[in-house]
Design a protein around this ligand. Sequence first.
Ligand code: ATP
Ligand code: MG
Length: 445
Amino acid sequence: MSRAEHGISRQQISPNCLKVLYALNAAGFQAFIVGGGVRDLLLGLTPKDFDIATDATPEQIRAVFRNSRIIGRRFRIVHVHFGREILEVSTFRAVTGDNVEIVEERVSRHDTHLDSVHSASGMILRDNVYGNIEADVLRRDFTANALYYTVRNFEVYDYVNGITDVDLRCLRMIGDPEQRYREDPVRVLRAIRLAAKLNFTIEAATEAPLRPCARLLESVSAARLFDEFMKLFFSGHGEKTFLMLQKYGVFSVLFPGAGAALSKDDGHYQRLLLSAFVSTDARINDDKSVTPAFLLAVILWPALQMQMRTNQTAGTPPAMAMNDAAQMILSHQLERISIPRRFSMPMREIWDMQLKLPNRRGKRAELMLGNKRFRAAYDFLLLREDAGENLDGLGQWWTQYQTANPELQAQLQSHLDSDEPHAKPRRRRVKSRNPKPTTPIIGAD
Ligand code: ATP
Ligand code: MG
């Protein structure tokens, strides 16, 4: 499709991306923007990033750009660095099979004939067979993601009717959908994520195997699933993504404990999760900071609560019941998704603070305000109340207390003492002994 027809202009493309395309062309190679970048340009959206595909091998790409590095977990690609912008350049790859012409060298490791090796379930384990552009098209997931834009003649190359599907706003798997999900079950997540994000429908044959293939995600590495978890819930469309994950039975594969708890739910936990996704989406769309620790705390909360109840029924005191349950829920979850400690630690602190927030007497309230997790724990508390949990106005109390001057804070605490039937007698003298007006201590218990 020509420039006049597709209407993509170079102004919409990052200058560094253009530099890479021109430099590869100048060195005698083909170079294309491919994937989400072209798709988003056609949709009139600003692409998140630009991926580049070329017939140059990683070594040849490396030779063109000093500022580049060959990297690769699943396959070898080249990162070209321009300050903070990193462009991903990958060599045309082929899916293995009789229909694929292999034109480039094979990067042979071990003694296998082909570098793309399938496991017994049909999953691609290694994938480093180079191909030409026609072959590269076939290893991509959806037709809308298999469009190639070149600055040689400003054409968009479309071998699979991807442009039509972009116009139809439709995700259509290239090849046999079920086989493609088996090859790489992450495509199940990608179908859901992209449909939610782009507001695309999933074409019937592409949709049908989603539910039956959901369990295949169990064989994907926990590290890769963490990366996907981040993309699923931190792109501003978490609510819709969550509902779709549930619709196709995928949520309970990613979060088995949470899935089980939600299935026994009367609607309360569903509301809790939904409002967390809604507020996370709103924050992302307002460019406010978000942390996976908070969202994970919410997602795993229903399972935590159920386990905690079991522990308490067995006679374990609350703090210990919480601690034991937290350990158990987290270790189960880690089998599926590897949550880095920098997120799981604050997640547990947010949970711990839910037990502490009701104990506001004496110095506790003030100390809690200074806790670095206070904000997240307080937000979490409000979310629980929003979802219908009756916490006796605890959220409102903390809302007032935070912004109150010391006098009002003292008042809030004194109400607390008089409201509570078992509160210890107020010891006003403690206050008069305290020389600092900023630390209102009433009833230091
Ligand atoms: P986003 O807008 O979220 O970046 P994207 O489609 O660009 O969406 P990327 O993960 O950036 O997604 O991948 C770039 C391209 O690589 C895709 O458009 C697709 O062509 C191809 N691709 C990525 N992951 C897979 C996969 N698991 N199977 C097949 N092709 C894939
Ligand atoms: Mg992309």
